[in-house]
Design a protein around this ligand. Structure first.
Ligand SMILES: *Cc1c(COP(=O)(O)O)cnc(C)c1O
Length: 377
């Protein structure tokens, strides 16, 4: 989007807004598929669950990783018009329920769809047996998350040493383990994590095969880094590493899926906010905007992500502070943003803010989340 287009949308819709460019969603999805042609992409809905985003990715050919009943139903909406037989085939092709811990009510609600669900411990296995006996299983491994922006390995995944026992235990209960999955941590710029994880998964599959259980699906999870800046190496480089390991470690007929969230949506959205207050504190310009870390900029807190703020106005950059609209001190977007001298009513914008941003916006302090504007749908 050009700065002229962004300003015109802000004039038309007011502020704060989040502009989602669907041509970027389609481009990111196509890039993923082009570089990893053997891998089906299951978009991780939690990154941004806007139904229009889900629809565009669905139409582009994506499948989906969901982690709650509500997310499951958002995707199921799109496939439920299909005839029953095709719909059944569709479930595994189109949806994986990738939250390893599920309350029994969730399992009960999902069982009728015969879903593919993940697990990583014996307690979960007992629950699945009791409440969703028709589910197919995917075992989640704990793998290295070194250097990833968001760590997941302390919360999820079984130790590789326990993996085969957990597979055997599932079959003993009359369940079927279809796949192995892992997650290398979100915004994983350390490609070695993927290499190590694929090697661990291959070792587990080999041992399971020796004990009579053929695993058909490899799920390489999420973590594919969005190009927030030039320091993030291009996706093609990571894909080259992944493709080489896939060929080296796994039989050619294995089904491979991935769960990219951030990679598909981060670069597709731009937030635009308006300066609603200004002060000079200790000689530093301080700006107050009509969005906040409780709203579109929630990724600063929850996602450990910084979004450089830019002004449409030109001028000599000065180190400035930017605060959100709420009455809380935590609501600080930046203590050192380079901005020209701005006035109340001027606009600022932040690019690459499509993932883990408005998805975790709240109504804190009575301020509603920013309006989402879809373009090139
Ligand atoms: C959040 C999540 C993803 C998406 O991760 P990204 O880093 O956004 O690609 C994928 N799989 C699972 C199980 C997740 O929880």
């Amino acid at each position: 989007m050009t700065t002229r287009q962004l300003q015109s949308l802000a004039r038309q819709h007011g502020t704060p807004i989040v502009v989602v460019d669907h041509s970027v969603l389609r481009r990111n999805y196509a890039e993923f598929r082009r570089h990893l042609p053997k891998v089906q992409a299951y978009y991780a809905v939690k990154a941004n669950s806007d139904p229009a985003i889900i629809r565009t990715l669905f139409e582009a050919g994506a499948s989906f990783d969901v982690a709650s009943v509500a997310e499951f139903m958002l995707v199921y909406e799109l496939i439920k018009h299909l005839p029953p037989r095709q719909r059944q085939d569709f479930i595994w092709d189109k949806i994986i329920y990738a939250n390893p811990t599920k309350p029994k009510e969730t399992l009960q609600a999902l069982d009728q769809y015969k879903p593919l669900v993940t697990y990583d411990n014996p307690h979960e296995l007992q629950k699945i047996k009791a409440y969703a006996p028709h589910a197919g299983l995917v075992l989640r491994l704990r793998v290295a998350n070194t250097g990833s922006q968001c760590e997941l390995s302390s919360k999820f995944g079984c130790d590789p040493g326990e993996a085969v026992d957990l597979i055997v235990a599932a079959f003993k209960l009359g369940l079927v383990v279809e796949g192995i999955s892992f997650h290398v941590g979100s915004q994983c710029t350390n490609f070695e994590n993927f290499v190590q994880a694929m090697n661990a998964a291959a070792a587990v599959m080999k041992e399971a095969r020796e004990r009579g259980h053929e695993i058909k699906i490899l799920d390489i999870g999420g973590g594919f880094p969005a190009r927030y800046n030039k320091h993030v190496r291009p996706f093609s480089e990571l894909a080259r590493v992944i493709n080489a390991e896939l060929t080296r470690l796994f039989p050619p007929d294995i089904e491979i899926l991935a769960e990219p969230g951030r990679f598909l949506v981060a670069t597709a959205a731009t937030a635009i906010a308006r300066i609603i207050g200004k002060a000079i504190r200790d000689g530093k310009p301080c700006y107050y905007i009509d969005d906040s870390v409780y709203h579109t900029f929630s990724g600063i807190i929850f996602d450990h992500c910084q979004y450089p703020l830019k002004a449409f106005k030109r001028g000599k950059p000065e180190v400035s502070a930017v605060f959100g609209q709420t009455c809380d001190g935590l609501d600080t977007l930046s203590q050192s943003e380079l901005l020209p001298d701005l006035d109340i009513e001027d606009l600022v914008y932040a690019e690459n803010i499509g993932a883990y941003s408005n998805a975790s916006a709240t109504w804190f302090n009575g301020f509603p989340p920013a309006k989402v504007v879809h373009v090139n749908q």
